[in-house]
Each structure stands twice: as structure tokens, then as C-alpha cells.
Write a protein of this length. Structure first.
Lengths: 492, 491
């Protein structure tokens, strides 16, 4: 374990009665592998079917059934490993993790214990203070369990085995995180990477990404404290809340002279607290041993190389390229590359246009509007071509920025060709200086007092610009209005 | 008509081909024999209707000139094999009423070649036992008795039903499985021939698992030729079992009658046990003499880690079993004994469903895998296993073609004689056979004579990986010298 690779940062610490406390956090993220079939059976891995519709003889652990590894799931784990800049282990072993539970038909989970398929890697977080590197300890493949349903019968539980045997990647971080903000950023970044790679849809509501969070606290410079593990957190917000609560709970106990019990806890989002699930003494003895039904997984280096060659551009690389190629800020580049679909959308529009103008319009208008509707970029009613046309209309001075917002709303709600809409609805910016001049003259004539004051205090010219814009229904070219107002008031 | 059940599988095959009699006639003869032999308790489920249907279909295929390699030949299937819609319980109470919706790959291979299923054969529960006394369906009685005695003897185990049925002519041949000697020891106790092929030669798909890294399917048959014919049909690569091996299946029957001249036969000194009965020693010497006279070269070899094989086996096999048997939890199929909550239901079900020997092995297996003991037991046993494997690799690398040993340390014993004794005494039955499973090698048990009391005794031939052919050649040479053995019918 790396004890203190990071210099303690007082800004990330939690203040207690006895001073600052450093929070040490490590995450185990279970990410459901995107694949058609399960890890060791041919049954469908698709979410949302009627209970027990996607269950093969293997998934139900019928006598004499044997697991057969799904090559696509292995490829997905390797892609993910490569995306995490991690070492790919050409030799890995599947083990059995033994425990009894009704939704675990075999009585053991096939997992990888001592020899995982992926070794050490890293994830970079864009934090306000700069880039923070979080180490990845390992990634391994394992089977998901089924689902126990306890609310269908007064005395019995029902079991749905649709998920039983679905492939999961367990991605284990090093204990490198130091705050709830970093936890959120880590989960978001991991999700982005997985979605770029197409190896997990990252859908936390459907449970395709869940996190076990290990939290401990210590005074800066001291050895690691006793940790508690918060199980199965299924949203980034809850993860952050759970960490905040748990860290403060532990600090409170220690400052009151108590000791932390190593235990497994659950986060209750309703109450906003974590509570004990089982103590170390109650921990299972999983009796891991290599699964004798499966040969060790030996990878052909050439195959790994071919998977690497086919990897898509990853968010960090894409972000750097956007900054370099389109001249946008690292922050904008980060926002645009959060989703591969957004980045692709951006590039479609920004190619042969002013990258900065496109970035601004996308981030401020498009993302804002989509967010309001809870829509993703994939279902945006405004296509890249339409958005590009709007940006072009601003760029060549046909419409003002303000009109562009109105035009965008029309295109968003009604659709249509932006250029044609501008013509049809008379949204064209007035660049006819004669017409603008007339409006300026009228406003100045109607407000002689203000005109006098403006001569003494030039910033008041803004009021005149506003009035002229209002009088022209926002269609006047703001720059032209500005120039004229200043000239007419004699305050150049 | 003469008794059709007196024919070997090869003879019956040729007679069917020559249309001397029909598959239905042959099957009827076996169904009649089974009915008369129920006292032996070899079958736990008879499927005469299915057998008749299959035999009729075989006759149709024979008439159409589309006969398979085993067309119309009635076989018994060990209860460990999943047979679609038919009783499949590994002779355990915990699988009460279980009838799979699927067919094991090995039995499917047999049916694809035209074989006829007579029923499911008794066995030790989950293949755990060396006497067939742990079956939920009661002990199998060996058709052999000591001279002038009416004491019932065990047929060996775990494939005791298979061995007894073949010896008593209640089927032409039987499927069996071997995890530590479960084909070879009962074959030796009943004067039949059994082969455990190389690990990976037959698919394990649809075989109720005992110890996955050791389990292997194989036949028990009247003679060496019959075993060769059956193995040819049983063996195959199977995409559903990734431990099965993709190698062509040779024509094993062609190996029979080949000269053994020049073959180097290793005689391992470690198999000469203290206190071994003189007649076992004498039998071994007889085998050596037969092969030498037939032209084989006899060499003394050493397999130094042999003495660790049995203890290591009784760690590895129970460890895997403890995990493999976790699925019998009362939730989805088989027995369920209700309880106040889920844990109570598990405990009630498994307490009632498993017999004493199975429970003992689950406990041993759970213990050796548990935190703090894993390294000392399981890991160490795996290291021993590697050393045992290396012992064999070394002698094979030095030019040894096969190894000759006794199959068992004694002849068949009486029912109940060892059941109540120290379980380790029962485990000692496997002392000559477990090394072969630990190393994943092929092993053939062939009858070589009778004891002073008139009971069959067997020799074991151990081969190189996937060299079952040499074992059939050598086994046939021994058989040619000593003949075959049948029990006097008393049932």
C-alpha cells in the first residue's frame, strides 16, 4: 500500500475539535461489462427483461454445468485496462469466492483473486487546483449475482437470476483520494473513460456502476487509520455524501477517545448516514481457490496489441487536442469531452468554424437547454448542422447573439433550417446604418438630459445602446449601434 | 436362441450387423436379465420403455444401412451422468426428483452412435466412496462371492453399479467416472475392464461434479476390446468444457492385438506396500511375467512422491467437492426441507440431503480452504500434485511407455466390513489409483486372475498422456494370457 504518495493538502482536510484530519479514501468500482452475453454463459446480458428470462443452465447452476469464458468480456476488460494506462497481465487466474446466498446459485462467485487480468494504472482528475493522479491497483473480471426480491410474498423471498453471471469489472483504486469532491470527480472520470471505451454504459441508476468506498481518517503524517467500507453506493452524489458523513463520524469517535471498528457499512440516502452492516468478526471466510473448471487465462500479446490499436481516442488525449487544435480553454475542453458524443458533436460543428465560438454556444446554450429537459446529446433536437448554421449566422453578422438565442429556441422546439427561419421570421440583424442612425437620433432626441450626462460620464452610453436595441426589436447590430451612439453623443 | 447377454459388446455389435438378431431382441434379453437381478441393486432407475424405443429406432437404422458404431447396443449409465428427462441424482437424497432438461455430452455421444439406454446405475453418493455403500439407494451387491460363501461383497466404488451390472451381464457395457479410482477399483473387484482416460479426453459437461480437476468419464466393460470400443464413442472435445482437449480420437480397437514387443514397462518400487497381501504381490509378478514373455522390456522405476499422493488427494478432492456441492442448497431443485429462515432452510436441507461420507468430505474441504489453513493444506497439496506429476514425466522422459501396478491392495471385501471402520481404511483402497488422477494420466484396470478365495483381482496399467492405445495393447496382451472372468450366477 502506498501510504502517503500525496502531500497532505490542508484545504482538503476536515476540521475537528483537535485539529485537521486527513481523509483517506479508496474505491472499488463494479462496472458491468457491455456485452451481449454473460461472462461464462451464452445467456443475454441485457438489462430490463422479465424476471428469470435470461437464465441459462449455467447461470442457474444446474448439476454438471461448466463455465466457458466469453472472449468479448475479456477483450472489454483489456480495453478498459489499456484505457486506465494499466499493465495487462498476460496470465491471470479465475478463482471461486465461496458463500451461500439464494441469489448466488453456484454457492460461489467466479472472480479473480490473486492474479487479476489488469494490474496497476491511473486516472487523472481535473480538480480546481490542478490535475490529481489517482492510482489504480488492479482490475479483475467477475460474475454478478442475481437479485433477491423480498417484497412479493409475506414469508418467502423471490430470486431473479437475470443478472446472475453477468460480467463485472471490479476496478480497485489505490487509497489516493482525499475528499468527497475527489470521489465525485473520480467516479465521473472513470465513467467517462468507460463510456469512451464502450466497455460499460456507466448507468448508475440501473446499477451498471456501483462503488464500495473505503474510508479512514488520520492526522496528517500519521499512519493510516482503521478503515470502514461503505458498500454498494449507486450514485456520485450519494458517494460524496457518504464519505462526508463517514469521515465526520470517524473523527467524532476518535476525538471522543473511541476507536474505529473495521466493518462494512451501508449508506442510507434517506437519513444521510452510514450504518453498520457487519463487523470484521462477522466477515465471511470466502475460501478462495482457483476454479478447477477454468484453465488459467493466457492472452496472446498480439491480440492485446490489436485491441490497443483499435482503442478510441481517450478523454485526456481528446481534451489536450481540443485545446491545441481549437484554441479553447482547458476547462471548456474538459466539459466538451466529458461524453464522447458531445466531443464528436463539437468536432462536427467546430471543423472549419471558430472553435471558441462553437464551444461557447454549445456549453452555454445547447448543454443548458438539454439539461433543462434532462436530455443527452444523443437525443438533441438540434443537429450539429443546425447548430453550425446558427453559429455561422452570428459569425457573419446576420443575427445578433441575443437573436441567436431566440433562433436556437425555435430550432430546438420546432426544428427547421436556421437560415430560412431567419428570413421567414424577420430575425435578420439590421446593419443598415441609415435605419440604426434614425433610431439613435430618436432616442437621443427623446432624452436630452441623459445625453448631456453621458457626455460627462461615457459609461452611460450603454443605456442608449439598450434603448436603441429595444426600439429595433433586438435586430440592430449591437456593434453598429454602439459606434453610432458614441459618435452622436460625441464621446469617442 | 442362446442367451444373448453372454455375448461381449463386440460380438453383439457384429451379430447385429450380420442381422443374426435384432436390437429389440438383444434389449429384451437385457431387460429380462435386469428384472431377475434386482437383488444386486445395480440399477437405481430402469428405463425399459426408453430402451425399447431406442432399440426399435436402431433396428430401423440398421435396416436402412445407417447403423452407428454402437448401434443397438444396450448400455447402463452411471447416475452421475445427466440424462434428459431421466432420474439423475448422483445417488443422493439431496437431488430428489431431479430430472435434467439436458443430456451429458458423453451419453449424448453414445446415443449419437446408436447405443440403447437401459437405465441409471447405482453409485456411491456423489461418487464419494470405494464400496458403493454410501448410495442413498443402498449398497450394490457384487455378483462375485467367495468360494462356497454366501456372504455379500461390495463391488467397489464409486462406480459399483456400473461394475456389478457389467459383471452380472445386466448391460453390455457401462459408463462410469473416476476421480480417485472409481472406475479401476470396482473393475478390479468385479473382474471387468475399466479405463480412466487422460484428463480432458472426455467432456465433463453434464457430469455431476465431484472434484473438477480430477473427475474423468470412462467405460467399464466385459473385456479390453469392449472398453476400447466404448471409449472411442465417449471421447470428444467439447466447447462446453474448456478442460476437454481438442485432439483426434484414435481407433482404440485397432490397438488391440498389436505386439508389445519393445515396449518398456516400468515397475515402480513405491507401489510395493508393507503388509500387502502375498497374492497381490504374486498377481503383480504374474503380470510382469506375462508382459516380459510377450516381448516387453521390464524396467524398475521410482516414483518417489507416491506416498504423499493419498493424503494430498484427500485434501484436493474434498476442497473442490466442498465448493462444487454448494449449489445443492434447496433453492432451485432437488430436496428442500423448510426452515424458519434461509439459513435454517439451508441447514435442514443439507443435513437431511447429504449422507455421512459426503458431509465428512464437505467438512474436510471447507476446513482445508479456510483462512489460515489454505497454505498449509490446499496449496501444499497442489505442490505435492505437481511433484507427483513430475515423477511420471521423468520416467516417461526416460523412455518408459507404461507402468504396471496392482489395481487394488486387496480383493473385494464384505458389505459393512469397512463401512463402520476408520474412514481412512476405506480411503486406502485408492492407494494405487489416486496418483493417476493427480497426474491426469490414463489408467486401465484389467483382470489378471482370481484370489485363493475365488475373487477377481486386477492389474493397473498407467500410460503417457493421451496414449490410451498403448494401454489397450498391453491390457489385451494380459487378457490374452489370463482370459476373462465371469461370476457364477447365484441371483
Amino acid at each position: 500500500m502506498n501510504m502517503a504518495v500525496r502531500t497532505p493538502d490542508p484545504k482538503k482536510m476536515i476540521k475537528g475539535a483537535t485539529g485537521d484530519w486527513e481523509v483517506i479514501i479508496g474505491l472499488e468500482v463494479h462496472a458491468q461489462v457491455t456485452s451481449n452475453a454473460k461472462l461464462f454463459s451464452g445467456a443475454s446480458a441485457v438489462f430490463g427483461a422479465e424476471p428469470n428470462m435470461h437464465v441459462s443452465l449455467v447461470d442457474a447452476a444446474m448439476p454438471g454445468m461448466l463455465p466457458v469464458i466469453n472472449e468479448e468480456c475479456v477483450a472489454q476488460a483489456i480495453r478498459t485496462g489499456l484505457g486506465l494506462k494499466a499493465a495487462i497481465n498476460l496470465y491471470s487466474v479465475f478463482d471461486r469466492k465461496n458463500y451461500f446466498y439464494p441469489d448466488l446459485p453456484q454457492g460461489y462467485q467466479i472472480s479473480q483473486y490473486k492474479q487479476p487480468i489488469v494490474g496497476e494504472g491511473k486516472v487523472l482528475l481535473d480538480m480546481p487546483e490542478g490535475v490529481v493522479e489517482i492510482g489504480i491497483e488492479r482490475l479483475h473480471l467477475e460474475q454478478d449475482a442475481g437479485k433477491s426480491i423480498h417484497d412479493q410474498h409475506p414469508t418467502m423471498s423471490f430470486v431473479d437470476l437475470n443478472r446472475s453471471g453477468v460480467a463485472l469489472m471490479e476496478i480497485v483504486s489505490k487509497p489516493d483520494l482525499r475528499s468527497s469532491e475527489e470521489v465525485k470527480a473520480y467516479l465521473a472520470k472513470l465513467r467517462t473513460i468507460l463510456r469512451y471505451l464502450g466497455t460499460c454504459d456507466g448507468n448508475m441508476e440501473e446499477g451498471s456502476m456501483r462503488a464500495d468506498i473505503n474510508v479512514s481518517v488520520r492526522k496528517p503524517g500519521e499512519p493510516l487509520g482503521t478503515r470502514c467500507e461503505i458498500k454498494n453506493v449507486n450514485s456520485m452524489r450519494f458517494a460524496a455524501q457518504a464519505v462526508e458523513y463517514e469521515a465526520r463520524r470517524q473523527i467524532g469517535i476518535i476525538e471522543d477517545g473511541g476507536e474505529i471498528d473495521q466493518e462494512t457499512r451501508l449508506y442510507d440516502p434517506g437519513k444521510g448516514e452510514t450504518r453498520s452492516m457487519r463487523s470484521k468478526e462477522e466477515a465471511h471466510d470466502y475460501r478462495y481457490f482457483p476454479d478447477p473448471d477454468l484453465l488459467p487465462l493466457e492472452l496472446d500479446p498480439a491480440w492485446v496489441k490489436s485491441l490497443e490499436a483499435d482503442l478510441p481516442e481517450l478523454p485526456d488525449e481528446k481534451k489536450a487536442r481540443f485545446v491545441a487544435d481549437y484554441g479553447i480553454t482547458p476547462y471548456d475542453a474538459m466539459v466538451l469531452t466529458l461524453e464522447r458524443a458531445s466531443a464528436d458533436y463539437y468536432e462536427q460543428v467546430a471543423k472549419s468554424r471558430d472553435g471558441k465560438a462553437v464551444a461557447n454556444f454549445m456549453i452555454n446554450e445547447l448543454f443548458g437547454r438539454l439539461n433543462k429537459d434532462g436530455k443527452g446529446i444523443e437525443t438533441s433536437p438540434v443537429s450539429p448542422a443546425q447548430l453550425g448554421a446558427i453559429v455561422d449566422l452570428i459569425g457573419d453578422g446576420t443575427i445578433s447573439g441575443k437573436i441567436a438565442k431566440d433562433l436556437f429556441e425555435i430550432v430546438y422546439t420546432e426544428g427547421g433550417d436556421p437560415k430560412a427561419l431567419v428570413e421567414e421570421r424577420g430575425l435578420k440583424q439590421v446593419t443598415d446604418t441609415g435605419a440604426i442612425e434614425k433610431a439613435v437620433d430618436e432616442v437621443i432626441a427623446a432624452n436630452p438630459d441623459k445625453a448631456e450626462q453621458a457626455k460627462a460620464k461615457p459609461t452611460l452610453s450603454g443605456w442608449f445602446v439598450g434603448q436603441v436595441m429595444k426600439a429595433t426589436g433586438g435586430k440592430a447590430n449591437p456593434q453598429a449601434v454602439n459606434d453610432l451612439v458614441k459618435r452622436k453623443l460625441g464621446i469617442e | 436362441m442362446t442367451d444373448l447377454t453372454a455375448l461381449t459388446l463386440a460380438e453383439a455389435r457384429d451379430a447385429l450387423k450380420a442381422k443374426t438378431f435384432t436390437a429389440v431382441e438383444l434389449t429384451d434379453a437385457y431387460i429380462a436379465a435386469m428384472e431377475k437381478a434386482r437383488v444386486l441393486n445395480a440399477y437405481v432407475a430402469e428405463t425399459p420403455d426408453k430402451a425399447c424405443d431406442m432399440a426399435k429406432a436402431s433396428d430401423a437404422r440398421i435396416a436402412a444401412g445407417k447403423a452407428g458404431a454402437l448401434e443397438g447396443l444396450p448400455l447402463g449409465i452411471k447416475d452421475l451422468y445427466a440424462t434428459k428427462g431421466v432420474h439423475t441424482q448422483a445417488c443422493s437424497h439431496i437431488l430428489d426428483g431431479f430430472k435434467p432438461t439436458y443430456e451429458s455430452t458423453v451419453s449424448a455421444n453414445l446415443w449419437a452412435d446408436g447405443a440403447v439406454m437401459l437405465g441409471k446405475l447405482n453409485m456411491d453418493e456423489f461418487a464419494m466412496g470405494s464400496s458403493n455403500e454410501t448410495s442413498h439407494y443402498g449398497a450394490v451387491i457384487n455378483p462375485w462371492r467367495r468360494n462356497g460363501s454366501d456372504v455379500n461383497l461390495v463391488p467397489g466404488g464409486s462406480s459399483g453399479g456400473s461394475a456389478a451390472a457389467v459383471a452380472a451381464r445386466l448391460c453390455l457395457g457401462a459408463t462410469a467416472t473416476d476421480t480417485g479410482g472409481s472406475i479401476r477399483q470396482p473393475a478390479a473387484f468385479t473382474g471387468t475392464t475399466g479405463i480412466k482416460p487422460t484428463y480432458g479426453r472426455c467432456s465433463r459437461w453434464g457430469l455431476v461434479a465431484f472434484a473438477s480437476s480430477l473427475d474423468q468419464a470412462g467405460p467399464i466393460a466385459r473385456d479390453v476390446r469392449d472398453a476400447a470400443i466404448l471409449l472411442k464413442s465417449m471421447a470428444s472435445v467439447d466447447l462446453k468444457d474448456t478442460t476437454s482437449v481438442d485432439m483426434p480420437v484414435p481407433d482404440y480397437e485397432a490397438a488391440i492385438g498389436k505386439s508389445v514387443k519393445g515396449l518398456r514397462i516400468g515397475i515402480p518400487k513405491e507401489y510395493r506396500l508393507d503388509g500387502m497381501p502375498a497374492e497381490i504381490d504374486a498377481l503383480w509378478q504374474k503380470g510382469i511375467d506375462i508382459l516380459r514373455e510377450a516381448g516387453a522390456e521390464i524396467v524398475n522405476i521410482s516414483l518417489p512422491h507416491t506416498k504423499y499422493a493419498l493424503p494430498a488427494y484427500y485434501i484436493v478432492a474434498p476442497a473442490e467437492a466442498s465448493s462444487n456441492l454448494a449449489r445443492y442448497d434447496g433453492v432451485r431443485y432437488g430436496l428442500r426441507v423448510p426452515g424458519s429462515d434461509i439459513v435454517d432452510m439451508y441447514e435442514n436441507t443439507r443435513a437431511a440431503g447429504f449422507g455421512a461420507e459426503v458431509k465428512r468430505r464437505i467438512l474436510i474441504g471447507t476446513y482445508v480452504l479456510s483462512a489460515g489453513y489454505y497454505d498449509a493444506y490446499y496449496l501444499r497439496a497442489q505442490k505435492v500434485r505437481t511433484l507427483i506429476k513430475r515423477d511420471f514425466e521423468t520416467v516417461y522422459a526416460e523412455g518408459v511407455d507404461a507402468i504396471l501396478t496392482p489395481a487394488t491392495p486387496s480383493a473385494a471385501f464384505g458389505i459393512g466390513e469397512k463401512a463402520d471402520a476408520d474412514p481412512v481404511e476405506m480411503y486406502l483402497n485408492d492407494v494405487f489409483t489416486v496418483t493417476v488422477n493427480m497426474a491426469g494420466l490414463p489408467g486401465l484396470a484389467v483382470p489378471a486372475g482370481l484370489s485363493a478365495e475365488g475373487l477377481p483381482l486386477g492389474l493397473q496399467l498407467i500410460g503417457r498422456p493421451f496414449d490410451e492405445e498403448t494401454l489397450f495393447t498391453l491390457g489385451a496382451a494380459i487378457e490374452k494370457a489370463v482370459g476373462t472372468f465371469s461370476p457364477a450366477k447365484w441371483w
